[in-house]
Design a protein around this ligand. Structure first.
Ligand SMILES: NC(=O)c1ccc[n+]([C@@H]2O[C@H](COP(=O)([O-])OP(=O)(O)OC[C@H]3O[C@@H](n4cnc5c(N)ncnc54)[C@H](O)[C@@H]3O)[C@@H](O)[C@H]2O)c1
Length: 277
């Protein structure tokens, strides 16, 4: 399939490389022309096991190209993924200005039917905002899909190639068929594509992020309590995690949670999650 990915950061580059690896032709668009120049020279901005080789291999096979030209990407694709950043504002809200700016650009250049799929983590209701922006600027038909990403930094390629599940948020049956076809190479271990409406898909991503964050925060609180009361958090963790209703994943106490963009709450040892999870 002909694919365009807009925003070639962590999620965008991994998505592009993995989709190209599955045989698709992918145009990678980023408005950071320095990043595009580097990528064209083979400089990969992040380290993920297997990513660099995959990018180089698919570029050589002409299945992956890098450009700062959004029009070129829109013209040469059926599915346009939006994977730009949505960082937290100081008040904790998500800054979706990059998403809205890409929507604006797509509306400007779209000249034939396209599927527009959001991979970025966006507040519930962004699907409607993006749809409204594009509809207000063009008569050209398009469909919108909420397709949140769940990859983990450090295991991003592996997570994309063998995902626990893929969430496809659209009620359009033809679009569901196309998205299923796109993701079928990644469903060899299991066929866990979950179809739902876009609002539920957006909520699912936030629900997963906050559930994981809650487990880590809970373990950190428990660890403090254990220290005060003379219990061993490691033994408590094992006892807790061996309950099949609870499970052992994401039950390790530690510094907190987050990624490159996490930051400490002022005056405390705890981290708050900014953009990544
Ligand atoms: N990193 C993760 O582990 C992870 C996992 C799941 C979901 N997410 C979500 O995916 C989204 C992207 O995250 P990321 O970590 O890849 O971000 P990132 O900061 O690594 O990359 C974002 C890219 O978008 C580009 N960009 C910004 N505005 C643009 C525009 N108007 N046009 C074209 N390109 C533009 C930037 O130049 C940058 O290269 C976020 O919403 C994030 O919350 C991230």
């Amino acid at each position: 399939m002909q694919i365009c990915v807009v925003g070639i950061g962590y999620v965008g580059l991994v998505t592009s490389a993995c989709l190209a690896e599955a045989g698709n032709n992918v145009v990678c668009v980023d408005n950071d022309s320095g990043r595009i120049t580097d990528l064209k020279k083979g400089v990969i901005p992040i380290y993920e096991p297997g990513l660099s080789e995959m990018v180089k291999r698919n570029e050589k096979l002409d299945r992956l190209e890098f450009t700062a030209d959004l029009k070129y990407g829109v013209d040469n694709s059926l599915i346009i993924f939006i994977a730009v950043g949505t960082p937290s504002a100081p008040d904790g809200s998500s800054d979706i200005s990059a998403i809205l700016s890409v929507a604006d650009g797509i509306a400007k250049y779209i000249s034939d039917y396209r599927i527009i799929a959001t991979k970025s983590t966006v507040p519930v209701g962004t699907c409607q905002k993006v749809t409204d922006i594009i509809k207000s600027k063009t008569e050209v038909k398009f469909d919108y899909v909420s397709n949140p990403e769940f990859l983990k930094e450090g295991a991003a390629v592996e997570d994309f190639m063998s995902p626990d599940r893929i969430i496809i948020g659209t009620t359009n049956h033809q679009v569901r068929k196309i998205m299923r076809q796109l993701y079928s190479p990644f469903m060899r271990k299991s066929s866990r594509i979950l179809f739902m409406d876009p609002v539920s898909a957006e909520m699912t991503k936030y629900a997963a992020n906050t559930m994981l964050a809650t487990r880590i925060s809970f373990m950190n609180e428990l660890s403090g309590l254990c220290e005060k009361l003379g219990a061993d958090i490691e033994l408590v963790r094992q006892g807790l995690g061996s309950d099949s209703r609870i499970g052992s994943a994401f039950l390790f106490p530690g510094v907190g949670y987050g990624g490159a963009l996490s930051e400490r709450y002022p005056g405390t040892g705890s981290y708050r999650l900014r953009a990544r999870c």
